[in-house]
Design a protein around this ligand. Structure first.
Ligand SMILES: C[S@@+](CC[C@H](N)C(=O)[O-])C[C@H]1O[C@@H](n2cnc3c(N)ncnc32)[C@H](O)[C@@H]1O
Length: 188
């Protein structure tokens, strides 16, 4: 009897298998540690319209939104102009919402949402890039845009310039409360 109790006690001291005992896979651990460079806020719909208009989006375009939030920019680009769209977003919850909205909006076949870091994404297929980040994030992003985007690609940023870049156009929208910046990647 004493021996049985001892064995039982030893068994109970063993760590139980379960989620709390399982070390995260390296990819999951990296994902969990990455904090967004800027928190989520949605571009108001009239400003989304103005950004796509300023970029001159057509059905021939592939629009990348870097930090795509709830997916509204690429979804509207697909719905209104028949463009293809790629949204890159770090937060899984926002990616799930974007996919659901695209499905409900009938453009799931034209848009893709990638859960990941915009700094690690391959953006070379873009013909239009949209941004609403921050001055410092735009400054860090500048070299990547310059290296990866093809000549003629249009970049539109909501509110913030890209340090050291001269815009082709600056327009004031939303009753002059918001600036939009346009750049066109020059020939190499
Ligand atoms: C201000 S919101 C803009 C959302 C959307 N582009 C719009 O204009 O409605 C910025 C988004 O960027 C995402 N974000 C921040 N840092 C990121 C990163 N390194 N990689 C991917 N997404 C990021 C945030 O989670 C957030 O959803």
């Amino acid at each position: 009897m004493v021996m049985r109790l001892l064995v039982l006690a030893l068994l109970l001291m063993q760590p139980l298998p379960g989620p709390a005992q399982v070390a995260p896979a390296p990819a999951d651990a990296a994902r969990a540690q990455r904090t967004p460079d800027i928190h989520f806020a949605a571009t108001p719909q009239p400003v989304v319209d103005a950004m796509l208009k300023l970029a001159g989006v057509t059905a021939a375009d592939t629009v990348f939104d870097l930090g795509s939030g709830d997916g509204r920019l690429v979804i509207l680009a697909a719905q209104k102009y028949g463009a293809r769209g790629i949204g890159i977003e770090l937060q899984p919850r926002l990616v799930a919402i974007s996919r659901e909205v695209a499905r409900e909006g009938g453009v799931a076949d034209r848009v893709t949402f990638i859960e990941g870091d915009l700094f690690a994404a391959d953006i070379s297929a873009a013909t239009v890039v949209t941004l609403w980040l921050s001055p410092s994030v735009n400054a860090r992003l500048g070299p990547k845009l310059q290296q990866e985007l093809r000549p003629g690609t249009r970049i539109v940023s909501h509110q913030f310039p890209i340090e050291g870049w001269t815009p082709s156009a600056v327009v004031h929208v939303d009753d002059d409360r918001t600036d939009l910046f346009l750049w066109v990647v020059p020939p190499r």
